[in-house]
Every structure is written in C-alpha cells, then in structure tokens.
Design a protein around this ligand. Sequence first.
Ligand code: NAP
Length: 644
Amino acid sequence: MDFNIPGDDSELRTALRDVNLPTLLMVMAQFSGDDRWLTDRFRPDPIQTPEGSIFPDDTGNYNSDIATEIREEAFQLIRTLRDEGGTMPPTPDVKQMRHLMEFSTAEPLEDEFCAMLLEETNFVNRDNTWKPELEKLTGGAAGENFSVIVVGAGMSGICTGIKLSEAGVDYTILEKNAAVGGTWYENSYPDCGVDTPNHFYSYSFERNANWSGYFSKRDELHGYFERCTDQFGIRDHIQLNSEVQKMQFDTGSQTWHVTVKRQDGSVDALTANAVISAVGQLNRPVIPDFDGLETFEGESFHSARWQHDVSLEGKRVAVIGTGCSAVQLVPKTADTASHLTVFQRSPHWISPNKDYYRPVEAGLKWALNHIPLYAEFHRARMIFGFMDRNWPAVPSDPAWDHKDRAMSEVNDMLREALAGYISEQLGDQQELMKKCLPEFPVFGKRLIIDNNWYQHMTREDVNLVDEPIVRFHPRGIETADGTIHEFDVVVFATGFNSNRFLWPMDVVGKSNVSLGERWGEYPQAYKGILVPDYPNLFCIYGPNTNIVHGGSIIYNTECQVHYIMQCLVLMLKQRGKLLEIPQEATDEYNEEVQNLSKNLAWGHPGVESWYKNSDGKVVNNSPFSNLEYWSRTHDAEPNTYRKD
Ligand code: NAP
C-alpha cells in the first residue's frame, strides 16, 4: 500500500530528532514483526518520575550511540515505506499490545489494561459491539418514531451526538449557550487551559496530531470541539440558545416531555423516548453569599464569566479562591493589575510539570501525522503515564500510622516531594511556607499543575491573604483581623455548584417526584449513569464519576457513552422501549461507592471540598481506578435492569 508519507530525506531525519524512541521501537517492531527491536540492547530505562513532580519522564534515557542506531534504522524503514510502499502490519491484539507496551514502559502490565488501550487507540473499534445492531434497529420498525434528546453540546454532548449520528438515531441536542463547547466555551479567563495532556485529552476516535502544546489553551480546545461538530456532521442536530427547564416522564407513552426555553423567551415542548444529560458537573458558577456583597462599588465577576470589557490594567484586583482556575488565571492577572491580592481559604497541592508550557516539537507533529502507527502507540504510552499511575498513592494503608497527613507511605513520599518543591519555589520567603503548605493528604483534591503560583506569591505587588473574609464593603473586603482591603475589581474563582447534579433543570420521574428533591444532598446513580424511577434517562458525568488522581474526563465520557449506546439497543429491543435500573441495584452500587470512598484520599476527614456533601459523603468522585471504571461500563447488563 501507499502510505502517503511526504517530504524528503532531510525532513524525515529532522523529524526523527524530536520523536520518542521507545514509541518508535514499538512502530519498528510492529512493522518488521522482528523482536530484535525489543531486546535488551534497546530496552529503555523505566519511566522515571522526576523528584518533586508526579509527571513522568519517558524518554528511555538511551546513550547517544543507541539513540543514533534507533533513529537510523527508523529512517530506513520509513524511507522505504515512503518510496516503495509496503504492507500495513496486523493490528496488535491484547497479547502483542502487552508485549510491546511492557517493553517500551519497562513495567509489567495486565491484559485488561492492554485491552483498554486497544480501544483507546482505536486499534479496536469499541463501537462495533453496539453500532451494527443499533443501526439495524433504528432502520427497522422498532426505530420508527424513536428519538433521543441530548442536553448540552459540550465535550460529552458532542461525543454523544457523534455516536448517535453514526448509528442513524434520530436525535436533537439542546444547548443553552450561543455556541458549542461547554466548559471550553464558557471559561475564557487568562491562561485558561487543560491540565491533562492533550494527546490523551481528545476523543479516542478523533486524535489531533496538531496540538500546538502538550497542554493546550482554551481557544485551541474550543476550536477542536467546534471542528468535531462539523467534521462529524452533528451541527444540524444542535439547537443553540435553547435551555432545558423541565423534563417529565410520561408513564402512559413512556416518553420524556422536555420543556425548552428559547433565546427570545418563548417556550417549546419536545418529546423523546430517551434523554441523555450531558450538562457536566462544573457548569453553574458559585459566588458565595458574602455579607455586604451587593454594596461593593467596584467591578466583580466569576472566573467562568470573565468580563473581557473590564480592563485590569493598573487596577487593584482581588482574586478569591486558590483552586485550578485561580492558579491558572493569577499570573497573567498579576502582570496586568497594579496590585493583586489573593484570598485563600485553604492551600492546594500544586505540582510542577516540565511539559506544561512546552510547545509540541515540529518533528513530533510530523511523526503523529505521517509515521504509521506512531500516533496510536504515542497515545497508549501517554495513557500509561497519566491515567492510573498515581492510583497506588490514593487508598489508605491500614498499617500506616500517620493518617493525619498522608494515606500511606507512598502518599507521604509525594507529600515530602511536593513540600520540598513549595519551599524551593518560595526561595528566600520561607515565611510563606505556613500559608502555602496544605494539611490534607496529596490527592485529597485534584493536584494542580503549577502555573508559577509560588513565584507569583513572592512578588512585591502580590499579597496572599489567608485571613477569612468577613464581609464586603463598598470599597473592598474586610477580613477577620479587621483589615479592610480596597479593590477596583474582584474576581471570584470560587468554583461551581457541583453537588446539585442536573440542576437547575426540573427532572420529574415516574412517581412524579423531582430529581432534585429526591436526591437532596445525596445524589446517587448506578455507575453514575442510571437513576431508579427515572427510566430512559442517562447521565454523563453524573454522581461519583469525577476523576481526581489522573486521567482524562473525555475517557470517562467515552466509557459512559459506550454503555448508554448499548442501553439504547436494549431499549429498542423491548416492546415498551423502556429501560430502568432497580433501586436495589443502585443502593448496592452506592454502598460500595461510599465504602470505598471513605478510604481514599478525597474521603479523608481532613479534606473539605466540593466533592463532599454536607454530611461528608463523597458524591462527585469515582472511587475506582480509570481502568476499573472502563471495565464496569464496558458491557450493558440486561439482567440487572427492571423487566416489568
Ligand atoms: P474550585 O476548585 O472549587 O476552587 C474554588 C476556590 O474558591 C477554592 O480555593 C475554595 O476554597 C475557594 N472558595 C470557595 N468558596 C469560598 C468562600 N466562601 N470563601 C473563600 N474562598 C472560597 O474551583 P475551580 O478552581 O474553578 O476549579 C473547579 C474544578 O474545575 C477543578 O477542580 C477542576 O476539576 C476543574 N478545572 C480544571 C481546569 C483544567 O485545567 N482542566 C482548570 C480549571 C478548573 P477551598 O480550597 O478552601 O475550598
């Protein structure tokens, strides 16, 4: 076959300078079918985690002779493919993937992990388990008048739309905003970007070989989702400026009646057999109800509603909050403002990442675009490095004696390393250490990637205040020590209304009870997806599906969409087109979730976070490793759902 590899020899040689060698060896071994590339001579060093970081160095650490030899042999192979064509090697199976990955990571792996990798690299098309059947059913009598409503056109809604389109399902996506993209549309604060490596933070079926950085910024991410919307032909199914206010299950027709408010204020009623909620967990900004807030005479806004028409140039600015959003937006804000004050309720753990600002090298982009199999193996190794590698540091070790500060010895080692990093960053301002050192265990909250936070806290024109906020005044903020801090602009980086899933939609089920009322402070869903008494309703990124220790939320979405598509097949096969999870199965599942969560870092009693409800129960996070969640959502369970 012709591989369409462009360029001349010098372009190829230049590209190979930027390419990851253990990945290249996987390509060479797969193409040649020759295990000579997988022998000790070429064995990479195990993936290292540099001190003070949780992010791996996966270069293999070859000496220059071996590196030159690998590049030269790769050059010969790719030149031959370019000039003479060749045969595409067989798609690796689990055994071969494991063989290649164990060599290139220098670590033992499980078959299950490699089976997941085959799907995440699209070597195996997971849609084949449901798509042919769904296509057949929607094209036949069962598909007549069968339709689905998807709520939200963010990352999850777009993914769902793509899969529904491909199976020929009649569907509509209702989106409250004026554009698609969800989080990546709404958040536009300075330096807004992703904290999962982009080559993993992208759909498995639509890798992007042209990310400009390893951690891209908001505009590029939003552009990616806009492009997917067009490329997969789902734009015509999306109704923008259309906010779902209410949905009610009609037991007579076994359908959902959905009330939608349009931009002009008019209200429409739509009907569908199933509703898939793709509204996210972090979509409704929260501004705390500070005393006197309404009296403040300056400008104020939430980080997710950035007011680009408010200039910060030369202004005295306050940022309230020290979570991911604050850490990203503070440096640029400090550079623009005349003075910045950060109000901290509690410090977070922040880790360095050597690739955070690194542009993707031209050679790597070339390899991802043009070297056959390179992009697949590159993603597989990315997943290996960033998905569950930190999981061993998350559970509590019963034999560990210092539970107040850490979950286990390995968790404590991370604490030591990160504390050392903070101290190093603070330089000669060690007095800031007591403000900056978190008390809760590492992974109690999502580890934030450092955007030069500590360096900015040491600036003369930046003030880190950890006195509690007491009230607002017309000119500023009063703290518990009686100080009144004056500001022109206040930015609330205070997070989202995350415990009220699906809120503010009023979702009314079979028993005529509103889901918000039913859940109260304690939302629960089977696998985070299905809710008893709310048949044919599917949640994406529902209760207990958030990930803290690592991984990509797109991965979780794809697991859930895969599961939901199988549920649609089962629905269509049933005469009543009904699918409901029994209460008992949900209770049993939730008991397991809660029992596990208690002993994980984010369930630690010292952690106060948006993951917990007012009773201290973890309602947002998944208690499973990402691999475990993949396995649990891999196959729908016809015997578990209600039959009547
Ligand atoms: P967040 O993590 O919930 O942080 C909110 C901050 O506001 C916290 O520091 C919190 O203090 C503080 N706060 C809340 N209420 C307060 C009050 N009444 N008084 C004083 N301080 C108060 O929100 P976020 O930073 O927007 O991030 C939310 C989530 O979005 C993240 O966990 C992450 O999952 C995601 N995110 C991801 C990225 C990315 O790079 N992909 C970027 C941004 C956000 P405490 O710490 O004491 O609670």
